[in-house]
Design a protein around this ligand. Structure first.
Ligand SMILES: *Cc1c(COP(=O)(O)O)cnc(C)c1O
Length: 390
């Protein structure tokens, strides 16, 4: 079956007691066993019968199975947030004395996790420009445990060549881990480009309109022991498994993902093109624009769409604040890929707690506004942008 059919028709892992056609929300902490031997088998991993919802839950398993069918992954683990997906993955792979090779241009909390929290446990950060493949090759050493990147950085919109990074990682027998949140995994095959472990904040496109927070760890089975260790160690000991209610909503979101994403990506492209001619906007940054420096590489790797995040630069910080304050339709909020279009000034919010020099090294500018484009009519969005600029 094609992806969109699979997204709708993945079969339940076992027949439902009432023939429900929507996977029910199994709001239960634990599961009863018929006898002690079955119980022992489940706890020791000899059967897949659920025992406790910190580790497995039928509603969450169904969501994981849908993602597995769509990606062809060996193992999919759903967790409580995108950050939980990142922290659980890195805690599974890293240990004291190892280092993580990553870009300075990663999501703010990811940067803080790698350079701050993990450093307290003796894990080092080797930060470099991931589009400079010689610099990456120099940054990887015997203690490196992975190369970590985002497929389109936020808000800089940088795109690295995944095959080049995979080649360097695999020469050193370490995994390439990619946060693919900005382009849905239904659009392109990350594994074919060399990615070993894919991370997604399902809060974004998947949740179906910003309904709830969740994350996915998509393991292609190429990193020895990773999947098993995630299930048998990290889920049990760190306790970040997704809740059944969130899994239910993200399953519904996944069913309509393709339809929503197509409109959002088309809106983003049309708006990006039209915003270029608006007075007051100094720059529109979107990899979907033909003259964007990463356009060709992004197209080759991710297919014809370029996501629904666009940034614009205005004259200075004051102009950005005035613009945001005057928006009437576009919502002043963080988050990405809500059904509604959202606007935020990253430098003073997401990156507000960092120092000026940290922001400078991350190329987070005071002049940039990030827009997450929703499902509204483009003409209405353009009109709001036009009046706010005025
Ligand atoms: C939002 C986001 C995250 C974090 O996800 P949460 O679900 O908010 O924890 C990580 N990476 C990227 C690229 C994101 O946009």
């Amino acid at each position: 079956m094609k992806r969109q059919t699979l997204a709708i028709h993945t079969r339940f892992q076992s027949k439902d007691a009432y023939n429900a056609i929507s996977m029910p929300v199994y709001h239960t902490a634990a599961y009863e066993f018929d006898n002690a031997a079955d119980m022992a088998d489940a706890f020791c991993g000899r059967t897949t019968a659920p025992d406790y919802s910190r580790v497995t839950n039928p509603t969450v398993t169904y969501f994981e199975n849908k993602v597995k069918a769509l990606t062809g992954a060996a193992e999919v683990i759903a967790v409580s947030s995108g950050m939980a997906a990142i922290s659980n993955t890195l805690l599974c792979i890293a240990s004291m004395g190892t280092n993580i090779v990553a870009s300075r241009h990663v999501f703010g909390n990811t940067f803080a996790l790698i350079s701050g929290t993990l450093s307290r446990f003796g894990v080092k950060a080797h930060l470099c420009d991931l589009t400079d493949y010689e610099a990456v090759a120099r940054a990887v050493d015997e203690e490196s445990c992975c190369i970590y990147l985002e497929i389109i950085t936020n808000p800089q919109m940088e795109v690295a060549d995944l095959r080049q990074l995979a080649r360097i990682a695999h020469e050193h027998h370490i995994p390439l881990i990619a946060d693919t949140t900005l382009i849905p995994f239904t659009e392109f095959d990350a594994h074919a480009l060399g990615v070993d472990i894919e991370i997604v904040s399902s809060t974004k496109y998947l949740s179906g309109g910003a309904t709830s927070i969740g994350g996915l760890i998509i393991d292609y089975g190429t990193c020895p022991v990773f999947g098993k260790r995630m299930r048998t160690e990290m889920l049990l000991n760190l306790g970040a498994y997704m809740t059944p209610h969130v899994a239910y909503m993200h399953t519904l979101g996944l069913e309509t993902l393709d339809a929503r994403y197509r409109i959002q990506a088309a809106n983003a492209l049309e708006l990006a093109r039209k915003m270029r001619s608006l007075p007051g906007i100094c720059r529109v940054n979107y990899v979907g624009l033909e003259d964007n420096p990463y356009h060709r590489l992004a197209r080759e790797q991710f297919g014809p769409t370029a996501g629904a995040m666009v940034t614009i630069d205005l004259a200075d910080r004051d102009a950005c604040f005035r613009f945001i304050d005057h928006l009437q339709l576009i919502v002043r909020a963080t988050n990405l890929f809500d059904n509604k279009t959202l606007a935020i000034h990253p430098a003073s919010t997401i990156f507000g707690p960092f120092t000026d020099s940290q922001r400078e090294s991350m190329d987070v500018l005071d002049t940039t506004i990030r827009l997450s484009i929703g499902l509204e009519d483009v003409d209405d969005l353009l009109e709001d942008i036009r009046q706010a600029l005025g």
